[in-house]
Design a protein around this ligand. Structure first.
Ligand code: ATP
Length: 292
């Protein structure tokens, strides 16, 4: 059996930062949107090819250390009791790593889709539960698209509207660790009170299905800029290149330019950011599982 799927990256069209919960994680309100810039995952079972004692295996050039997809396979087997043949999942990384586009979470969610299809155990609730145990950003990615994320990002509500913008993605050479950015946000006193976060949620809900440019705000951005002041210059260049909105993606350091006119996004890329990608929003079909 050979199956493949894409793991679309996500952008936070807006992110409002709330107080810390007892477990140390921050509450937030965010519209998360999957985009066409995506990793590719392929699942093959290892019948005959794996040899005696074969185990599940993950190949992911470009990512050192433990891979979230390995944990996703372990958790899927444990939660469902699935005892199918060992699988090999190969990941073709196209999303920048540790860059604020939730590549690891997207890969883990994509792996769950592949395993669900391979095993025939396609219970969405079970997948959601496994996803929530893997990380706050994973549940939103099990079905790519557009969601309103609340809680610590784990309470996911699908919201309508496919925004018609082009997304210029400007990666950065040096990664930023999400935990460091949240710590910096605390140090700077950025998080809102619970009441203020409620207010942001009401504003976002009122604006749906569209999020006006003025609400396209990332409240983690000042923390990312504090740790990487050079991003100010990238933001200014993206804006000067014609972006309607320039913002840091998630915890950064990737910078995004949102262009209502997709052609303008490509023109800006070609003139000012050669080598960078222009993506567009994508819905659930962006995560379809296909026979390879
Ligand atoms: P988020 O926005 O969810 O915080 P991010 O985009 O900032 O995520 P990732 O690309 O998900 O960051 O990588 C975060 C860390 O996860 C990296 O240090 C990386 O080593 C580890 N990691 C584990 N598995 C993966 C994977 N499949 N792809 C990318 N990173 C992975």
């Amino acid at each position: 059996m050979r199956l493949e799927t894409r793991a679309p990256g996500k952008i936070n069209v807006c992110l409002f930062l709330g107080p810390t919960r007892a477990d140390g994680r921050h509450e937030l309100v965010s519209i998360m949107q999957s985009v066409t810039l995506a990793d590719r995952l392929r699942l093959e079972d290892q019948v005959g090819g794996g040899g005696a004692g074969a185990r599940d295996r993950v190949d992911c050039p470009g990512v050192d250390g433990d891979n979230l997809v390995t944990t996703a396979i372990e958790r899927f087997r444990a939660a469902t009791g699935w005892a199918g043949e060992p699988v090999r999942i190969s990941i073709d990384k196209r999303l920048p790593v540790a860059a604020g586009m939730a590549g690891g979470s997207a890969d883990a969610a994509a792996a769950l889709r592949l395993l669900a299809r391979a095993s025939g155990l396609e219970d969405r609730d079970v997948l959601h539960e496994i996803a929530a145990g893997l990380g706050a950003d994973v549940p939103a990615q099990v079905t790519p698209g557009r969601v309103l994320a609340t809680g610590v990002g784990d309470v996911v509500e699908r919201v309508p509207g496919v925004p018609r913008y082009g997304v210029l993605v400007v990666p950065s050479a040096t990664p930023l660790l999400t935990a460091d950015v949240y710590r910096e946000a605390d140090r700077l006193g950025l998080p809102r009170s619970a009441a203020d976060l409620e207010q942001a949620l009401a504003q976002v809900r009122d604006a749906l299905p569209d999020i006006p440019d003025a609400l396209c705000v990332n409240e983690l951005q000042p923390a990312a800029l504090s740790l990487r002041p050079e991003l100010e210059d990238t933001l200014a260049r993206v804006k000067a290149a014609g972006a309607d909105v320039a913002l840091v993606s998630g915890s950064g350091p990737t910078v995004l330019g949102l262009f209502h006119d997709r052609h303008a996004a490509k023109a800006a890329r070609d003139r000012h950011f050669p080598g960078c990608k222009v993506a567009k929003p994508v819905g659930p079909h962006g995560g379809e599982v296909l026979a390879a």
